[in-house]
Design a protein around this ligand. Sequence first.
Ligand SMILES: Cc1ncc(COP(=O)(O)O)c(C=O)c1O
Length: 435
Amino acid sequence: MVSKKVKSILARDKKVFLTTTRVPYPFIVDKGDGDFAYDVDGKKYIDFTAFVSIYNLGVNANAEIRNAMKRQMDKIMHVAFTDNYALLPVEFAEELLKFMPKGFGKMFLSNSGTEANEAAIKFSKLFTKRQYLLGYYNAFHGRTAGSLSLTSSKLVQRRQFGPFFNAFHVPFPYCYRCPFNQKPGECGFACLDFMKNYTLGKEVPGEEVSAMLIEPIQGEGGYIVPPNDYFKELRKIADDYGFLLIDDEIQAGYMRTGKFLALDNFGVQADIYTMAKAIGAGLPLGVTITKSSLGDIPAGSHATTFGGNLVSVAGALEALKFIERNKEKLHDEIMKKGAFIKKRLNEIAKDNALIGDIRGIGMMIGVELVKDQKSKEPAIKEREKVLNYAFEKGLLLLPAGTSTIRIIPPFTISMESLEKGLDILDDAIKVASKG
Ligand SMILES: Cc1ncc(COP(=O)(O)O)c(C=O)c1O
């Protein structure tokens, strides 16, 4: 039942805002804390979304982080950090570098994921003096012109927005739906052969490519995890042609997979990393971190008014300190909870043919729904039913890709809330599979 209050806010919202993506259920948030979010009618929901992978340390962050933000707010909020100097962003950068691989020394601060990627794209051009870009089909890197050129997860995100940058897309190793109809583990990476023989063999000379933008696990595109050795092979191709790898850690990073950088699960290093979402602990912050050996960029070539906003950075620094103090414990919790979620999903899948695939690392888990296990026809309406049923029963879930559900609770979620949420999801899948 949608309350009068909710109906009225939805109607007012529709009048004043242009349409955006929005969840398929009428959730109007009032407040949040720990495992839960509450709507304007005071109803409590278990959060399996971290509000799109932001609240990794609990809904609305934690008191220490909020207090750091409040203290900074009373001192000074904004200094236009790309024009003026301040100590706090320096402390934040020094702290962040402790989590990065050796040899990463410089960064640029902005306000969002797309901006972090825009900066990475521009820097790669400055560093290599080359102009072309490579990316993946099904990727999501943001919606401003440069990032959008490499985003290709849904047509609606690109329709009428061209012409795009000089970006070329190659197939991602989406083994559940292999674009080359190969069996996982038996193909010798047909997708990389395609890239070498066709994209780089006939379309764009590899020595004119400045960078390739990758997501270590495709997020918006459907929570797609590549095979273990895939990125090692990609790294070799990048090195052969001398182009840079830009690793977009915006959704998968910041401990979500148990490691600070999701790419570390694949034993490979990038040349530039981008982070946003969770790194701001609830406030807008984007970060582009470059390998020291790439050098610097010319003064005046890139900047942004709000980058390094002091309130954002105060929260981000406190959150990083929290992670540093609790790194081992957090890692173990994430792996334990992730395994618990997967075990339960596998049990649900035993009696329910709606679940086609369960995949993910740590607490970044996707459940792909299909109408039929053999044809793998995406169960789009059924997914909508699952999301809506779960919402009615007090569980927040998000979609990804065509028919996948993402499960990305805050790491700090209690086992009790996790179990309750999975019970609701179990019921929701049962109800949706009955049509
Ligand atoms: C992997 C990835 N990159 C980039 C972005 C864009 O981030 P923002 O919405 O902050 O611009 C997103 C957002 O969902 C993302 O998941």
